[in-house]
Structures are given as C-alpha cells and as structure tokens.
Design a binder for this molecule. Sequence first.
Ligand SMILES: CC[C@@H](C(=O)O)C(=O)SCCNC(=O)CCNC(=O)[C@H](O)C(C)(C)COP(=O)(O)OP(=O)(O)OC[C@H]1O[C@@H](n2cnc3c(N)ncnc32)[C@H](O)[C@@H]1OP(=O)(O)O
Ligand SMILES: [Co+2]
Length: 133
Amino acid sequence: MKKLEHIGIAVRDLEASNTLYKKLLGTASYKTEEVISEGVKTSFFRMGDSKIELLQALDKNSPIAQFLEKRGEGVHHIAFAVDDIKVEVERLKSEGFTVLNEEPKRGADNKLVVFLHPKSSGGVLVELCQDIP
Ligand SMILES: CC[C@@H](C(=O)O)C(=O)SCCNC(=O)CCNC(=O)[C@H](O)C(C)(C)COP(=O)(O)OP(=O)(O)OC[C@H]1O[C@@H](n2cnc3c(N)ncnc32)[C@H](O)[C@@H]1OP(=O)(O)O
Ligand SMILES: [Co+2]
C-alpha cells in the first residue's frame, strides 16, 4: 500500500455537505463526478496528498443508500493507493481478506478499484485504488 488515497464519507445531501466541508477544510471541492455503476454522486476535496470523497446515493439500491439507512451519515470507507491492484488482491487474499470484486472496476477520479468486505478487515470497508494511465 502506497498511501491513504481518500476517506469516503456517506452524506444525504451533497450540496449541503459541500458547504459544510468547505467551511471545515477551508477549501472548496475540486471535482464532482457521478459513478453510475456504484449508484453514487461524489465530490472531492484535496487534503495534502490525500482526498476526502463525499458520496451521495443516486438510487435506493446504492450501497450508500443502504449504509445511510442502517448507520446514518459518516465515514463509509478508507481507500489506499496501490501500484498493481491485481498483485495486491492476491496478497490480501492469501492473508485471509475477503475481496468483494476480484475484477477491478472503474471508480471515480480515473481509478481502478477493488473493495474488501468490512467483516474481514476489522469492521472497516477498505477500497484499493490504482491509477488508470
Ligand atoms: C465512487 C466510486 C468509488 C471510488 O472511486 O471511490 C467508491 O468509493 S464507491 C463506494 C460505494 N461502493 C461500495 O461501497 C461497494 C462495496 N460495498 C459493498 O459491496 C456493500 O456495501 C457491502 C460492504 C458488502 C455491504 O453490503 P451488504 O452486505 O448488502 O450490506 P449489509 O448492510 O447487510 O452489511 C453487512 C454487514 O456489513 C456492515 N457494513 C456494511 N457497510 C459497511 C461499511 N461501509 N463499513 C463498515 N461496515 C459495513 C453492516 O453493518 C453489516 O454488519 P452487521 O449488521 O454486523 O451484520
Ligand atoms: Co471511494
């Protein structure tokens, strides 16, 4: 793992949360992007070499909608940058982690992403991110 790539935060209202996080961080969101395959609309804030990713659900089947219903707003996942996502997936499987999608999928901000089940990673949903060249 190279670095903390982003922290994902589930929010009900992206616009209101953009205002809140702009006040909190002292900087505006630099990007908004929908990822239809995940059922989310995202907003990104730079935090040094890492990012904060706000996530609003686009529909009721989105993982974010389900999370908000069960747990309310708050930290949803942490994401680590990796050089070779397939190598990292094999390493993590051999260490006993449960990989949710063996085939990396396209995420936001030009990344390939893989998720680990929170039940295998101490109650924290983990995302791996590899830059798409
Ligand atoms: C924008 C794209 C991308 C990026 O580029 O950054 C993203 O970040 S997309 C983010 C949204 N996408 C995902 O979250 C995909 C991966 N998630 C999943 O596949 C599912 O959400 C899940 C983690 C497998 C959970 O789904 P499911 O099993 O259907 O839900 P349950 O509600 O039944 O949960 C089972 C169990 O796990 C606990 N849980 C659920 N979500 C989380 C979480 N985010 N963090 C910690 N724990 C979580 C849940 O509470 C249940 O526990 P128990 O109640 O104790 O059984
Ligand atoms: Co994410």
